[in-house]
Design a protein around this ligand. Structure first.
Ligand code: ADP
Ligand code: MG
Ligand code: ZN
Length: 476
């Protein structure tokens, strides 16, 4: 039987607010343990939570960007469970009435658009961070993260492959970054994902039993975990066994998923509306203000780049993958307004450099101004395309402007006929055998001569003139 996989994702994104969701403690990462705490986020008796308006605003931005319906009067609920990282004994979340529902985003797979439904987006608070060490007879807890705002974005089971799941996640991450509401860092845990996966006979309308995969902290691992799990489920069915509804943990060392808990052990969270918090009322005026202030989003920007700059959708997709990279591209164009070479240099040399150094474009050693200046030097014929590569490497090392480097290292292109003629003559004199062969019809040797001349001029000779002079001399 041919099976089809079905995937739905639950993503937790940490919001970049300055303060926590229900108190004024700082959310700054990396402070000494338990220094960003107060009676509210420590769950002391007799205190009251106060909702951070910025959290609602950020969630609304995401809701609007994902075409969700906004719930006019949503509610906070208590999700009750006992765990040492949860000082109150319950997590404040949203349950029956989340802030946003029924949205979608579009992903692209091999040039084809596919729409993925967003079931809901709700706000909740993060828990503390436990540290365990086999050498200790105790565990440590840091409550700095307790009460840091999160949004949970739940998708419909609309994805049909690991590839689609990764594309969806990347699109979602790009969106939260464009909106400036989350830094989207999977490795550091500010963007986390649980993956639900099942299989069913191809074409079936009935979904199979799903398992939920946890502990996945990179795009690579999402893909690996899903592929492993889809295969495990196929083998299970092939062996005439049944898939059980359970939570499984991804083990990145062993590259496999392991059963963590079954449905019977699943928590009963005894959700109920939090009596300490009023219903949250969002009016149209607020929603409209947020809509009006929304930045240009990745999809729109990509389409505009294709249209306005005649780029391929592929290149436009790369250039708009982050807002910073798109700005870099457009800043280059302000100085050197030719989109094709600018795009080629950014997607080639620049991204190669940034990937190698593991740096975001905001920390690029080569500024947009300097890259554009380099392209100008090529365009004006001051340097050759080949020398430009050397200049670029030097720019990356020193951060200097291309003009300075070209001057310092004497890299200006040689376009002087008499200088090139002298080098050509000297090269031909030293290669009598090759000259003879060329004259007897081995015209391919022209490339050999060009190479020699370029070598002698340190790559600085204007290749057009070199070709012209060589032909004149060889054919006379
Ligand atoms: P829970 O609270 O048990 O995690 P939710 O309803 O919050 O349940 O989340 C369910 C997630 O699982 C959603 O993203 C949904 O799309 C996905 N899902 C539901 N049924 C299936 C299925 N049969 N196969 C794959 N994913 C599924
Ligand atoms: Mg779940
Ligand atoms: Zn606090």
């Amino acid at each position: 039987m041919i099976f089809e996989s079905v995937i739905g994702l639950e993503v937790h994104a940490q919001l970049k607010t300055n303060t926590k969701i229900f108190c004024s403690c700082s959310t700054t990462f990396g402070a000494s343990p338990n220094t960003h705490t107060c009676p509210v986020c420590l769950g002391m008796p007799g205190v009251l939570p106060v909702l951070n308006k910025k959290v609602v605003e950020y969630t609304l931005r995401m809701a609007v960007a994902t075409h969700c319906q906004i719930t006019p009067e949503s509610r906070f609920a208590r999700k009750n469970y006992f765990y040492p990282d949860l000082p109150k004994g319950y997590q404040i979340s949203q349950y029956e009435l989340p802030l946003a529902e029924n949205g979608f985003i579009d992903i692209e797979i091999n040039g084809n658009k596919k729409r993925i439904g967003i079931t809901r987006i709700h706000m909740e608070e993060d828990a503390g961070k436990l540290s365990h060490n086999p050498a200790w007879s105790y565990s440590m807890i840091d409550f700095n993260r307790t009460g840091v705002p999160l949004i949970e974005i739940v998708s419909e089971p609309d994805m049909r492959s690991a590839e689609e799941a990764v594309a969806y996640l990347k699109q979602l991450r790009s969106l939260v970054r464009y909106l400036g509401i989350c830094d989207g860092n999977m490795e550091e845990g500010s963007f986390r994902c649980d993956a639900n996966v099942s299989i069913m006979p191809k074409g079936s309308q009935t979904l199979g039993t799903r398992t939920e995969l946890k502990n996945i902290n990179s795009f690579k691992n999402i893909e690996k975990a899903l592929l492993f799990e889809i295969n495990r489920q196929k083998e299970t069915i092939h062996d005439s066994a049944r898939i059980i509804l359970e939570t499984r943990l991804w083990d990145p060392e062993k590259n496999r998923t392991l059963s963590m808990r079954g449905k019977e052990e699943a928590h009963d969270y005894r959700y109920f509306p939090d009596p300490d918090l009023l219903p949250l009322v969002v009016d149209n005026q607020w929603i409209n203000a947020i809509k009006a202030a929304l930045p240009e989003l990745p999809d729109e920007k990509k389409e505009r780049f294709v249209r306005e700059y005649s780029l391929s959708p592929y290149d436009a997709g790369i250039l708009t993958s982050t807002r910073e990279l798109a700005d870099y591209f457009e800043n280059c164009l302000k100085i050197f307004p030719r989109s094709k070479p600018v795009s080629n240099w950014i997607t080639g040399a620049l991204l190669g450099l940034l990937n190698a150094e593991g740096k975001p474009v905001s920390e690029s050693p080569v500024s947009a101004q300097n890259l554009a200046a380099l392209l100008k030097l090529i365009d004006e014929g001051t340097i050759s395309g080949k020398i430009a590569k050397t200049v670029f490497e030097e720019m990356a090392r020193s951060g200097k402007s291309p003009g300075e480097i070209v001057e310092e290292k004497g890299l200006v292109q040689v376009a002087d006929f008499s200088v090139i003629e002298a080098v050509v003559s000297s090269v031909l004199d030293r290669c009598p055998n090759e000259v003879k062969a060329y004259k007897q019809g081995k015209s391919k040797l022209l490339g050999f001569f060009v190479g020699r001349v370029m070598q002698e001029t340190g790559g600085k000779a204007n290749p057009k003139i070199v070709n012209q002079v060589l032909k004149e001399k060889l054919e006379s």
